[in-house]
Design a binder for this molecule. Structure first.
Ligand code: NAP
Length: 308
């Protein structure tokens, strides 16, 4: 099969930090075009937006959408209607209904749709999943606390409706928990802290339980300065299974098992090449469903205004 000719849409932080390098390092896929209003790359076809790209005579087989979630639906829809395979950054959309509509459209068009969850590709996730399948789980505690000023400088969209606020990183934790837990779970309580001047929460305290009653607590906070915390602690009758550093390290019964370099985006692009060549899609929207539930069941507390 010839290499997939790919266009990136939205050449912003994550496209530059991760996508460009991962595409270059992946067999079977080549970057041939970019569609971005304010950014371009040398020696690549560049367009101001996806409509201009799709109307051009540059041949692309697939697009990777690296834009904010608000507005992503129209871009994905246009690409699918034009018969292109589509890879979506997380979160896959701004609403639940729109992502299911994209899934249906991809099926109808006979092209691949990949709703990516980069944190699921972290080194400790699959080993933890296999381990937990064999253990008796008592409780889960998630702590996902980071400094928004450091990680999202000047990103206005993240504070707007659909930008998800602290759930932008928090959904990464949920993408891991939904992957490693042997049982499904659902939300039972949600406390959301909204800065007085913002439309999205800066912190969230969530409680879930599994179908058999195992409690899962999650604390997301964007006000953490100093050391950053991206940890998931699973207590089991056979001892603790702990994922730290966003899922890249695994500690089992107090002993470090895995410390690995970051390969998340290379794994995503390898999987996308496999999906396209085998004419399949990968669309697990469960992390987004939990976030929507957190807004639906959330008690809203107003906290101090946030200034960049
Ligand atoms: P970003 O730096 O703001 O980049 C997004 C790019 O999309 C912008 O540079 C912009 O390029 C384009 N864009 C198109 N319509 C836009 C609009 N209405 N508002 C703002 N930008 C618009 O954001 P990002 O951090 O790369 O995040 C993009 C997506 O990747 C999000 O879904 C995020 O959750 C996900 N993600 C981010 C990170 C991270 O560490 N930052 C990590 C993993 C995943 P033009 O102005 O040139 O059009």
């Amino acid at each position: 099969m010839p290499n997939i000719r790919l266009a990136i849409v939205g050449l912003g932080k994550i496209a530059r930090d991760q996508h460009l390098g991962a595409i270059a390092a992946t067999d079977g896929i080549d970057l041939v075009a970019v569609a971005s209003r304010n950014a371009s790359l040398e020696n690549i076809h560049c367009f101001p937006d996806i409509d201009a790209l799709l109307a051009s005579d540059v041949d692309v087989d697939a697009v990777s959408l690296c834009t904010p979630p608000q507005g992503r639906f129209e871009q994905a829809r246009a690409a699918l209607m034009a018969g292109k395979h589509v890879m979506l950054e997380k979160p896959p959309g701004a609403t639940i209904a729109e992502v299911f509509a994209l899934e249906a459209l991809a099926r109808k068009q006979g092209v691949s749709l990949f709703a990516t969850w980069h944190s699921r590709e972290a080194a400790a996730v699959e080993p933890a999943r296999r381990l937990l399948a064999e253990r008796r789980i008592q409780s889960v505690e998630v702590e996902w606390k980071e400094d928004v000023r450091h990680w999202h400088p000047g990103q206005a969209w993240i504070w707007e409706p659909g930008g998800l606020g602290v759930f932008d990183p928090g959904i990464n934790a949920l993408s891991i928990v939904t992957r490693i837990m042997p049982e499904s779970f659902h939300l039972v309580s949600s406390e959301l802290s909204f800065p007085a001047n913002r439309a999205a929460p800066i912190a969230a305290d969530l409680e879930f339980q599994t179908a058999s009653g195992t409690p899962i607590k999650a604390a997301f906070d964007w006000r953490q300065t100093g050391p950053q915390t991206w940890d998931i602690r699973v207590s089991t009758q056979e001892g603790d299974v702990v994922l730290t550093h966003g899922g890249s390290r695994l500690i089992v019964n107090g002993e470090a098992q895995i410390v690995e370099e970051d390969r998340e985006y290379r794994s995503l692009y390898k999987h996308f090449v496999d999906l396209v060549s085998s004419k399949r899609s990968d669309t697990d929207f469960s992390p987004l469903v939990h976030v929507a539930d957190a807004f639906m069941l959330g008690r809203r507390n107003v906290v101090e205004s946030f200034e960049d």
